[in-house]
Design a protein around this ligand. Structure first.
Ligand SMILES: [Zn+2]
Length: 485
């Protein structure tokens, strides 16, 4: 590792226009590669051994990169504390240019996807890649088309555009269990005892976020963290008649609801003392109308909480019930009291929040709740830290210029992501001095994790160009002041 000191090598230099042309030439094969990956239903489920399609997709990615000349591409797993990851794709290609001080860049994506079924409301078969025109753009529909198989083929396109002039030492890490968050890789990388140079770099590029909108160059500067816990209430030995016992006998579901109701105040802000807020980051403002439309908030339903929308979405905690056991489903309801109720709670944490401190704050708050004298049981299922980029970092600033230049705009925007990528914090712990750049093709229209997920071909090409410019700049092929010459 080390900082690049190479001065541009005249006969090897590229400029933005040449890179634009090269990435355009690769666009067709890049789209075919993406279609072939979308056709593999690599849904990650926490089972052992991993689902067949996970292995198949991993092998397909390895083959794809080998066919493109990445001879070091291979499949491997990591075992940490007795648990084995799903297969990862690794590769390491050395800088092809003279000069010893080329920086090392790690590129990351994941090839596993969220579940999807046609009957959930898809217009097309989710694992049958389908192109549809969108104005003067084309979108490819299918689960994983954006999240995050687009990231894999962006990296593929960048490699193809630069390979014989690769100006950096390039490390590839593609994982297959991002969507289920098994935590093995995160734990391994965050362990101070881990020494694994497959994961060390001067710059880490995580292609797993997206622009504020199609055509609006954006770098993701913050991620929220996450904590998951369960609250269980047991009040009765069995279901009993609500007429004979209702009144004095406590219904477990109602007790649970009263405990959960203490997690927010009357405005809808999280009311758990001790959870951090990050309010001072230069995120682009979030347009309320667009937010309402994207989220499908119905007319007459107000947004909740206080602060700007960007603060609420990117910088502050959010708590939601995401799973529930309790009364019978409505259609089979009878007049009985519920003896047992359990809720799974998902907490999004401020980017700077330490997850362990969050766990303690949540535990303390819930331990103090005794609805009607009943003690709910609280169990934590997992947590992951958020991330706050060093926006003054050398490569971070290069990334801002590279993406602006790819989109032929004067400057790029910064946004946060309300979701979490715990691995980013692990990369940061392992490479505390490295810049981490988060970007990709997952703009809002991509509807990642939702029905009818899709990716814009324009975004795919533009993000490939952005990343190629970043590598060329980091490796000294393009002067760091950037732009076309
Ligand atoms: Zn993803």
């Amino acid at each position: 590792m080390g900082q690049t000191t190479r001065t541009p090598v005249a006969d090897l230099d590229v400029d933005v226009d040449e890179l634009r042309q090269r990435t355009r030439q690769e666009a067709e094969s890049q789209r075919e590669a993406l279609k072939s990956l979308v056709g593999i239903a690599s849904v990650s489920r926490d089972v052992s051994p991993p689902p067949q399609e996970i292995g198949d997709c991993c092998d397909a990615v390895v083959q794809m990169f080998r066919d493109a000349g990445v001879s070091s591409a291979h499949r491997d797993t990591i075992t940490y504390q007795g648990r084995e990851t799903f297969p990862l794709v690794f590769a390491h290609e050395p800088c092809q240019l003279p000069g010893a001080n080329a920086p090392t860049v790690l590129i990351y994506s994941h090839y596993d996807v969220q579940p999807a079924a046609k009957q959930d409301g898809w217009d097309t078969e989710p694992f049958k890649p389908t192109e549809k025109p969108d104005g003067d753009d084309t979108r490819l529909y299918g689960r994983g088309a954006a999240d995050d198989k687009s990231g894999i083929v962006v990296h593929l396109g960048v490699w193809k555009a630069l390979q014989e002039r690769l100006p950096v030492n390039l490390k590839f890490v593609f994982e297959g269990e991002e969507e289920i968050g098994r935590g093995i890789l995160e734990g391994y990388l965050a362990d101070p005892a881990t020494e694994d140079d497959r994961f060390t770099a001067d710059l880490v590029i995580v292609a797993d976020t997206g622009n504020l909108a199609v055509g609006v160059p954006t770098v993701t500067s913050t991620l929220r963290g996450i904590a998951i816990f369960d609250v269980t209430v047991d009040t009765l030995g069995q279901s009993v008649h609500s007429g004979m016992y209702g009144g004095p006998a406590p219904d477990a579901f109602t007790v649970l609801v009263r405990a959960l109701a203490t997690l927010h105040d009357d405005r809808g802000d999280v009311a758990v003392p001790g959870l951090a807020h990050d309010d001072d980051f230069p995120w682009e403002p979030v347009d309320e109308q667009r937010f309402r439309t994207d989220a499908g908030v119905r007319d007459g339903v107000p947004l909740v909480g206080s602060g700007t929308l960007a603060q609420r979405l990117f910088g502050r905690p959010a708590i939601n019930v995401v799973g529930l056991d309790g009364p019978k489903p409505w259609a089979s309801s009878t007049n009985v009291l519920t003896p047992h109720a359990k809720a799974r709670i998902s907490v999004r944490l401020a980017p700077s929040q330490d997850p362990e401190q969050a766990r303690q704050a949540l535990q303390k708050h819930l331990d103090a709740q005794r609805p009607w004298g009943v003690t709910p049981k609280v169990e934590f299922a997992g947590a992951g830290a958020g991330y706050k980029a060093n926006t003054d970092g050398r490569y971070y600033r290069m990334a801002m210029r590279s993406i602006a230049s790819a989109y032929e705009q004067d400057e790029a925007k910064q946004t946060g992501q309300g979701g979490s990528i715990p691995l980013v914090d692990s990369f940061h712990k392992l490479n505390p001095d490295a810049d981490i750049v988060l970007w990709g093709c997952e703009e809002p229209k991509a509807r990642i994790h939702g029905t009818n997920e899709s990716v814009s071909y324009r975004e795919l090409s533009a993000m490939t160009l952005a990343e190629a410019i970043l590598l060329a700049t980091a490796g000294g092929l393009i002067p760091p002041t950037g732009g076309s010459r």
